[in-house]
Design a protein around this ligand. Structure first.
Ligand code: GUN
Ligand code: ZN
Length: 434
């Protein structure tokens, strides 16, 4: 990695806290300078201020009109589901059987898994996403391949091998014992190495036996700082199935709770159909929900009541859930979040949306000591955005008066076309001109 100082001059936006109505928490420089040394932020300030302090602003690479923001964070995404995106006509359980499991079976081939892991990370970076909480497949070598590809790029990534010992094709099934053994090995190899974190990944309660969930609970106890990712209350047919498979459970979340899987690093995908007791239990344990609006619309799953969760003190992050989700772009995903909330009389202010994609998601994942904004000392993961990549967006942007209007047009009309460059630890890993 280069040790040289990186100095960029552009428009710069980041969040120091959850934005409030009066704009507190938002830090914006119309003409700003971002300095990076050894992969970390050393300064962010107005160019004029830097010049007054004696800094030679002409040293900067000047990117006028570009907007620099912290890299986006995706709190729920499936590496093997790139080819599942845009598969027609099914809801969750049939979609899994018809499209998803066949796509994941191809990862039995280690070369294929390695190539797809590279492609997956390249697509994330092209979308401006620098950190994700990601599912691999049930194959240990596929998790290895994903971690290796992330280590090569020096990305901060949390990921895990899927655990799945029933109600799945034989070729994708493990056993509770084998799953535990593979996970231990992967944790020992990758957890805490470079910028990597291990995430225990029982797919969801229908595809894990109680013994397997108990094994996941043991692992959660045995190692510090692990994540736990799984799916919860996404679809009504799934809920009915849970009642059959776990008749003694008080409600869906109780299945995970009984196995010791709740806690501050537990991130449950979806959580659309939750009773009050489940919401309370999530809040009490510091567990969070990954809101996946694009997936929830595409699979016809339902509308997440975000206001209810937040009012109860449950952390909510925003995630693509590719390949149930239809885009790697967190811009497109927040546009869908806005629509899902509009249908319920709720809203998503652009400041709140971009806070969520950066510092908010970092806080939900307890990674905000490392990433999420441009506080001095944090890792320099950021995206350089072009707000006018085509005639339509240029025209719309030309009619805006305020930063909030510009950001709203970006989040509603934007996608990968808006990502000019993506940096991790101060290294440019994606440049749309190259
Ligand atoms: N529930 C169990 N597995 C999956 C998956 O791969 N995607 C989604 N959206 N929901 C799931
Ligand atoms: Zn998912």
């Amino acid at each position: 990695m280069s040790q040289a100082t990186l100095a960029l001059r552009a428009r710069i936006l980041h969040f120091t806290d959850k934005p409030s109505a009066d704009g507190a928490g938002v830090e914006y420089f119309d003409d700003g300078v971002l300095l990076v040394e050894q992969g970390r932020i050393t300064a962010v300030a107005a160019a004029e201020h830097m010049a007054q302090q004696g800094f030679d602003v002409s040293r900067c690479e000047h990117l006028p009109d570009r907007l620099i923001m912290p890299g986006f964070i995706d709190s729920h995404i499936h590496c093997p589901q790139l080819d599942v995106m845009a598969s027609y006509g099914e809801q969750l359980l049939d979609w899994l059987n018809r499209y998803t499991f066949p796509a994941e079976m191809k990862f039995a081939d280690p070369d294929y898994a390695a190539a797809m892991s590279e492609l997956f990370l390249d697509r994330l970076l092209a979308a401006g996403t620098t950190t994700a909480l990601a599912y691999a497949t049930v194959h240990a070598h596929a998790a290895d391949a994903l971690f290796s590809a992330a280590a090569k790029r020096n990305l901060r990534l949390a990921a895990g091998r899927v655990m799945m010992d029933r109600n799945a094709p034989q070729a994708l099934s493990d056993t509770a014992a084998q799953g535990e053994k593979d996970c231990r090995q992967l944790i020992e190899t990758w957890h805490g190495k470079n910028r990597l974190h291990y995430a225990l990944t029982p797919r969801f309660a229908p595809t894990s036996s109680p013994e397997q969930l108990a094994a996941a609970g043991r692992l959660y106890q045995d190692y510090d700082g692990l994540f736990l990712q799984t799916h919860l209350s996404e679809n009504l047919a799934e809920l009915a199935w849970i009642k059959e498979l776990y008749p003694a459970a008080k409600y869906y979340l109780d299945v995970y709770d009984s196995a010791g899987l709740l806690g501050p690093r537990s991130v449950f995908g979806h959580g659309i159909y939750l009773c009050d007791d489940e919401v309370q239990r999530l809040a009490d344990t510091g567990s969070s929900i990954a809101f996946c609006p694009s997936s929830n619309l595409f699979l016809g799953s339902g509308l997440l009541d975000m206001a209810r969760l937040e009012a109860a003190g449950v952390g909510v992050s925003i995630a693509t859930d590719v390949g149930g989700g239809t885009s790697f772009s967190q811009l497109r995903t927040t546009a869908d979040a806005y629509s899902v909330l509009q249908l319920q009389g709720q809203s998503l202010h652009p400041y709140t949306a971009f806070y969520a994609l950066t510092l908010g998601n970092a806080r939900s994942l307890h990674l905000d000591d490392h990433i999420g904004n441009f506080a001095v000392g944090k890792e320099a993961d950021f995206v350089v955005l072009d707000l006018s990549p085509d005639d339509l967006q240029a025209r719309r942007q030309s009619q805006t008066q305020t930063l909030a209007e510009q950001l709203f047009a970006l989040m509603i009309l934007g996608d990968e076309r808006n990502v000019a460059r993506t940096y991790a630890m101060g290294e440019c890993l994606y440049d749309n001109k190259k």
